[in-house]
Design a protein around this ligand. Structure first.
Ligand code: ATP
Length: 307
């Protein structure tokens, strides 16, 4: 699956350039988070901290200059603290839906609300405080580990940084480096393995402490040991937070209260894993495919990273 930040790829190096130019973490976040077509509302409705009720109502979406809609009539609701997994074949619309939840794009029709507030009416700073993502392609810039974690919350104290790293199972790794939290991670995080980068992203999400999480299955491409080390902190992170997980490997679906199976931009079926296996031939086929890939013993995208 293409990363959620696919349309703005190249931002890792942009983050590094901004950092090298002495830009503040806030400024880097602002640049990275903002798309030119997503603007501050004229009539903002402040929402400093949401309970986390997320409602998607009849959402349609078409990318600019394309014929086919990427989403059609997508409707679902998640209560505060609820967990939904989104599954489906390549091109079904999973990443597009996640981009709309992060307000990288706005719906063409319908609306998305958080605690009853249309996302388009939230001040952008409130949106970022309330909705955060852990993606496969972690943006790491060439600062220290502490700076990279603090990126998500520039005012965080050293104690808060360490607490987030502990919760993300990253602390022991960090203190094993000679310079500890002051270790420079190198451009694009060369010093860190794939699994360590994902745990860095989890530490950032912990420290940002948003009530709504969008996860682009952050275990993709990791081997079994690294996956386990990412899954445990992810469970801690999503505990009591509204969580939407884009699931490629159907690994994390067992944690979900509800699974949405997407086909051609629509939700074709919704239910628990057992219900979907029984009721949705498309889901059953996808599950069968993933099981046979998993029993090959190969990492699904063949990268087989460790760490
Ligand atoms: P995958 O698992 O392969 O990433 P997906 O379920 O996440 O698939 P999306 O990436 O959301 O699917 O794509 C949904 C549809 O929108 C597809 O037809 C895709 O070709 C199209 N699409 C995705 N991104 C763009 C884009 N930036 N511009 C134009 N069309 C796009």
């Amino acid at each position: 699956l293409s990363q959620l930040y696919g349309p703005i790829s190249g931002f890792g190096s942009l983050a590094n350039s901004l950092f090298a130019a002495g830009a503040s973490a806030e400024r880097i976040i602002e640049v990275l988070d903002t798309r030119p077509d997503v603007t501050e509302p004229d009539d903002p409705q402040p929402l400093p901290r949401a309970a986390g009720a997320l409602v998607v109502e009849g959402v349609d979406f078409r990318y600019p200059d394309t014929e086919r809609p990427a989403l059609q009539g997508v409707t679902f609701a998640i209560p505060p603290g609820g967990r939904v997994a989104i599954v489906g074949a390549s091109g079904a619309g999973k990443s597009t839906l996640a981009r709309l939840l992060l307000r990288q794009y706005d719906p063409g029709g319908g609306r998305i609300t958080l605690d009853g507030h249309d996302l388009r009416r939230l001040p952008l700073a409130d949106l970022r405080r309330n909705v955060t993502a852990v993606l496969q392609d972690v943006l790491v810039f060439d600062g220290t580990i502490a700076e990279n974690i603090r990126w998500a919350h520039p005012d965080a104290s050293a104690e808060q940084v360490e607490a987030a790293a502990r919760a993300a199972d990253l602390h022991d790794t960090v203190v094993a480096f000679p310079d500890g939290y002051r270790t420079r991670v190198g451009q694009r995080g060369r010093m860190l393995s794939g699994g360590q980068c994902r745990r860095l992203a989890i530490a950032r999400a912990m420290i940002r402490d948003a009530p709504v999480l969008v996860l682009d299955e952050p275990t993709t491409g990791l081997d079994a040991a690294s996956t386990e080390r990412v899954l445990a902190p992810l469970r801690r992170l999503s505990h009591s937070r509204t969580t939407v997980t884009i699931s490629h490997q159907l690994l994390t679906v067992s944690d979900a209260d509800q699974i949405l199976y997407m086909e051609h931009g629509r939700i074709a079926a919704a239910g628990t894993h057992t219900e979907l296996l029984h009721d949705s031939p498309g889901y059953a086929e996808l599950y069968r495919l993933h099981r046979s890939e998993a029993s090959d013993g190969s990492a699904p995208d063949g990268t087989g990273e460790t760490g």
